[in-house]
Design a protein around this ligand. Structure first.
Ligand code: ZN
Length: 363
């Protein structure tokens, strides 16, 4: 009996050490030394933090710290598993850019010029602590090991629902190049990435990769942080991705602003815009798109097709899980925006007609 107790204690202690180490590592590391000195020279880095271009984004929004006590609808999580499609991503052909969505903002885009992986979260939770902010059932069937060789990893910003230590630890050796916003490279280096494989971009900076993919970081209206007390120490970005004759826009996270029009004018039109839809709260009115605003953003970007992302995987705000898509579709119809809402894991190729299946109509 005594022996058993001791065994349980040792296992418990080991588990605490493993979880504790993962947690510490997961928090990442902000730029310091030479990396920090380089940031200090940038126009959008002031007094030790990055800033949005629109003043309003940084203005003091009266943060309601008690908002989490509000009644949350039961339907905030789906009552049953989201439908999903099993695809062999390694053998999947891509006659033209072919997109696979894994829920929230994780995407694989297979192209003739190389495979692109965006904001991958395969840990089944978004945050440093396993068991909190867990993924919905039906969204946990794809793993790091399912990915084909990745020519470029693209990260939009350092929030936990976009930059996941546990996923990247597994993917690291399968990634040729990582393109990240200024400062986010420090996290990757801390997690064992070869610094030579990391390209940090500021807004409107571009890189052409060996296969011919041309990636430009563009602005968004957002924030960054992996701990409560250290905000905006790394940059946040959206991306324009030129794939031969095709042009894609990945919005990352970002509130509505005139910048969509500016990006559309400078880099558009786009064959596809991947824009956030969901996770709106009165506590962050400037840093996420609100009900249906993705439709107007797609118009401003001059996008031929819109795929809503940043929904259908994690609870982050107070709306029923499928409200974002239900609010977006009428707004898009009103503005004449074509929308594609594939199931998780269901590939589509640019040029194909949008998927018509309404798979989200359940609580
Ligand atoms: Zn996010």
């Amino acid at each position: 009996m005594k022996k058993n107790c001791l065994g349980v204690m040792v296992i418990g202690l080991l588990l605490m050490v493993v979880v504790g180490c993962g947690l510490i590592k997961s928090v990442g590391r902000n730029p310091k030394g030479e990396e920090l000195a380089r940031l200090d020279t940038l126009a959008n880095y002031k007094n030790g933090s990055f800033e949005n271009l629109a003043e309003q984004a940084d203005s003091a929004n009266r943060h309601n710290r008690w908002l989490f006590l509000r009644h949350r609808p039961k339907t905030i999580r789906p009552s049953s598993a989201l439908p999903w499609v099993k695809t062999d991503l390694k053998t999947l052909a891509a006659p033209a850019p072919t997109v696979v969505w894994f829920g929230h903002s994780s995407l694989l885009i297979k192209t003739g010029q190389g495979n692109i992986l965006i904001d991958p979260i395969f840990s089944n939770h978004a945050g440093p602590v396993p068991g909190l902010v867990t993924a919905f059932p039906g969204t946990k069937h794809y793993h790091a090991g399912d990915m084909p060789p990745i020519d470029v990893l693209i990260i939009s910003h350092d929030h936990y629902d976009h930059l996941d230590y546990r996923t990247l630890k597994k993917l690291k050796d399968n990634i040729k190049i990582a393109v990240v916003p200024m400062g986010v490279g420090s996290d990757l280096v801390y997690w064992g990435f070869d610094p030579k494989k990391i390209i940090e971009l500021n807004w409107n900076q571009s890189v052409t990769l060996p296969g011919g993919l041309h990636v430009t970081a563009t602005q968004t209206q957002h924030r960054s942080n992996r701990t409560y007390n250290r905000e905006n120490k790394t940059l946040w970005a959206s991306y324009v991705i030129q794939i031969g004759k095709y042009r894609l826009f990945y919005g990352g996270d970002g509130g509505f602003g005139a910048y969509f029009k500016q990006i559309g004018k400078r880099y558009g039109p786009f064959d596809l815009a991947l824009l956030e839809c969901g996770q709106y709260s009165p506590n962050w009115p400037w840093t996420h798109l609100w009900f249906g605003q993705a439709a107007q953003a797609a118009v401003d970007l001059r996008a031929r097709l819109l795929q809503p992302i940043h929904w259908a995987k994690f609870v982050e705000a107070d709306q029923p899980w499928n409200e974002p898509i239900k609010r977006l579709l009428p707004a898009a119809e009103k503005l004449g925006v074509q929308v594609n809402v594939p199931r998780i894991g269901e590939p589509y190729t640019l040029g194909d007609p949008p998927e018509k299946l309404v798979w989200w109509d359940f609580e």
